[in-house]
Design a protein. Structure first.
Length: 413
């Protein structure tokens, strides 16, 4: 029958048409508008609406089955993103009040049994540095949303007590980086703790400034000898480097270092940018390991594509935005929009077809990166990307379209 002869042709043509449309969308998204620093992209509200719905549906527990801190990060990053969204809004405005309510909702889930389940309470500080640092950071953001902090703030006594716990643990530690799990220390976990203490000095008094200065001196004495950057993993008793600098931790360390010590942060940022920022098939990305020390992906980095880490690249988008590196931030933003498979439905907006909500949380946290404390004007950066960086991607897309068209045409014949 005629329809039996025509059906395979129709399927091939429809498949080619869909493929061509996807390629076209990806190439158009390479020119997606990037909001200036301090402004929130219109689609962020859709992202947050999607994340809230997924978290209410149990996404945090689902992510815990995939990542050691999947539950905790899903809620913590959701709350921190709302802090970033709310801070640019005027004090007392509906936007800031909504941000405060959502950040408090996230904190409630961190304080529950599921939020603490994987952490050891007997560590110093309690539940280990990862839990204590990120929780105190969210507390600090919640208080910044209320600044000047009212006398009846429900979070202030909690923030005071936990800040002191963290400060005491750091002062008593023989190494600058405290363990997050028994016998295991990752330097990145201490940085949000120190940044939360810096926020304390902004909100109240400078009692922790000597501690922060002494800690920074210790960190500078325990750098990765190969790169001059902060190591990925260290001995919790001596601070000795066990695993050299890696992008998955550096992207986060640099984000916090911008508020802890802006001058040194700039030095570290330039060094990282010089060694780890690359292009792959024209697309800007971040190497997980430095070029002279390749390695394999793991649970921290995820699978590596031509040596680059998708998670580190997404996190570095927010870091470069925070440092005022407009060229790199815009290119990473547009590359993510092009190949992140973002879709918008009535339920909100998500990446990778909604398969990894904690990944969405990282991306939207990066897209809203904003300084929590006063920052000076960004320095000038040397151009690192060609103005024509998109053209290899256009050429590859055109080649794929022609190849697919040729195969379809030959099948039709």
């Amino acid at each position: 029958m005629v329809w039996r002869r025509c059906l395979p042709r129709f399927v091939w043509l429809a498949g080619y048409g869909l493929f061509a449309v996807i390629l076209l969308i990806c190439n158009v998204r390479l020119y997606a508008p990037v909001p200036p620093a301090g402004e929130v992209a219109p689609e962020v509200d859709d992202h947050l609406r999607y994340l809230r719905r997924r978290l209410e549906g149990g996404a945090g527990s689902d992510m815990q089955t995939l990542f050691p801190e999947g539950y905790f990060f899903s809620y913590a990053l959701y709350g921190l993103t709302w802090v970033d969204v709310g801070l640019p809004a005027p004090a007392g405005s509906p936007e800031r009040e909504r941000a405060l309510a959502e950040a408090r909702w996230a904190l409630q889930h961190l304080d529950g049994p599921a939020g603490r389940a994987v952490f050891a309470e007997w560590l110093d500080p309690p539940y280990g540095m990862f839990y204590a640092a990120w929780r105190n950071l969210l507390l600090a953001g919640i208080l910044l949303l209320q600044a000047p902090v009212p006398a009846n703030s429900m979070e202030w006594p909690d923030f005071q007590a936990h800040s002191q716990e963290i400060a005491d643990a750091i002062a008593a530690s023989p190494a600058p980086f405290l363990p997050s799990y028994p016998g295991q220390a990752w330097p990145v976990d201490t940085f949000p703790a120190i940044f939360s203490l810096r926020v304390y000095t902004h909100l109240a008094d400078g009692r922790y400034e000597p501690l922060i200065a002494a800690w920074l001196a210790e960190v500078q004495a325990h750098l990765d000898p190969d790169t001059g950057l902060i190591p990925h993993r260290t001995d919790y008793q001596t601070g000795q480097t066990l695993d050299g600098a890696r992008a998955t931790s550096q992207a986060l360390i640099l984000r916090f270092l911008a508020g802890i010590d802006p001058a040194w942060g700039q030095e570290q940022y330039h060094a990282f940018r010089r060694e780890y920022l690359v292009t792959r098939l024209g697309l800007p990305a971040v190497l997980e390991f430095p070029p002279f020390r390749p390695g394999r992906g793991d649970v921290d980095s995820g699978p590596l594509l031509l040596g680059t880490s998708l998670s580190a690249t997404a996190a570095f988008m927010g870091t470069s935005r925070l440092y005022g590196d407009r060229e790199v931030a815009a290119a990473l933003w547009q590359g993510g929009e092009a190949f992140g498979m973002a879709v918008t439905t009535g339920a909100g907006r998500c990446y990778a077809l909604g398969l990894l909500p904690v990944g969405d949380a990282f991306v939207v946290w990066s897209k809203t990166a904003t300084p929590w404390l006063a920052a000076g004007p960004p320095p000038a950066y040397e151009p690192t990307l060609s103005p024509w960086w998109r053209w290899p991607l256009h050429a590859i897309s055109l080649g794929l379209a022609l190849l697919a068209g040729t195969v379809t045409w030959r099948f039709q014949r």
